[in-house]
Design a binder for this molecule. Structure first.
Ligand code: AP5
Ligand code: MG
Length: 223
């Protein structure tokens, strides 16, 4: 049976880090709405040009185009066969409702929604120090997860970069948008009984252990 997870939480909580661990260790299929937007921006598509105006300001890209983009991605064959770990989608109640509709049409449901939770000051520290690999996407931190060679990825030697939206003002705006617009999505999933709350203040391994212990429990109930 394929696993269909949502990783939910504020900017910088570690969604991308956990999605990468779930991919490496459980072969789950990560789908990040932010990464798809960044690829569109890099390829200078119309969607990318439109999205960049919102992303640079730390605001959400409008629901219509975001839902359309994610629906297209979710209908691809790999999703049907292997499931997914959604990272960064849904981020509004409208997107959560749209996701349910998309999955219903595919005869699917969600396995679990994992809400990773930390105080705002932890987010600020994590985002202010984040670096990512331009080639493979591996995520680093200038204090907590240093690469072995400065500025270069341990895995693929690719150069590291700092995301344009990881500037202090933009980080504050992303956090504000999270509390105002995205946090209410938690209530949506609380009602469905799918929500698992995870304490994200510890290291990546401890966070991963919480996610997986509950996930294995759910999978054994289903099978
Ligand atoms: P997106 O790319 O989704 O960014 P985000 O949600 O702001 O989250 P981040 O990628 O910044 O953080 P993360 O949780 O993945 O943390 P990470 O693992 O990197 O979205 C970007 C923009 O695109 C949005 O602002 C919006 O404009 C647009 N967008 C995207 N989706 C959209 C949607 N659905 N609707 C509308 N607009 C949308 O970790 C961060 C740092 O912390 C790293 O340095 C890492 O090494 C470190 N770290 C991670 N975990 C730990 C840990 N447990 N302990 C210590 N350090 C840790
Ligand atoms: Mg991310």
């Amino acid at each position: 049976m394929s696993t269909r997870l949502v990783l939910f939480g504020p900017p910088g909580v570690g969604k991308g880090t956990q999605a990468a661990l779930l991919q490496q260790r459980l072969r789950l299929n990560p789908i990040s709405s932010g990464d798809i937007f960044r690829k569109e921006i890099e390829a200078e598509t119309d969607l990318g040009r439109m999205a960049t105006r919102y992303i640079e300001r730390g605001e959400l890209v409008p629901n219509g185009v975001t839902i359309e983009m994610m629906a297209k991605r979710l209908r691809q064959d790999d999703v049907r066969q292997h499931g997914f770990v959604l990272d960064g989608f849904p981020r509004t109640v409208k997107q959560a409702e749209a996701l349910d509709e998309i999955l219903l049409k595919m005869d699917f449901g969600l396995t679990k929604v994992i809400s990773i939770e930390v105080p705002d000051e932890v987010v600020l520290h994590r985002l202010a120090g984040r670096m990512g690999c331009t080639k493979c996407g591996e995520i680093y931190h200038r204090e907590d997860k240093l690469p072995k060679r400065e500025g270069l990825c341990d895995k693929c030697n690719g150069p590291l970069f700092v995301r344009a939206d990881d500037q202090p003002d933009t980080i504050m705006e992303r956090l504000r948008v999270f509390h105002e617009t995205t946090e209410p999505v938690i209530d949506y999933y609380l009602k469905s009984g799918l929500l698992q709350r995870v304490n994200g203040t510890m290291g990546p391994e401890e966070t991963y252990a919480q996610i997986v212990s509950d996930l294995i429990h759910v999978m054994s109930e289903v099978s």
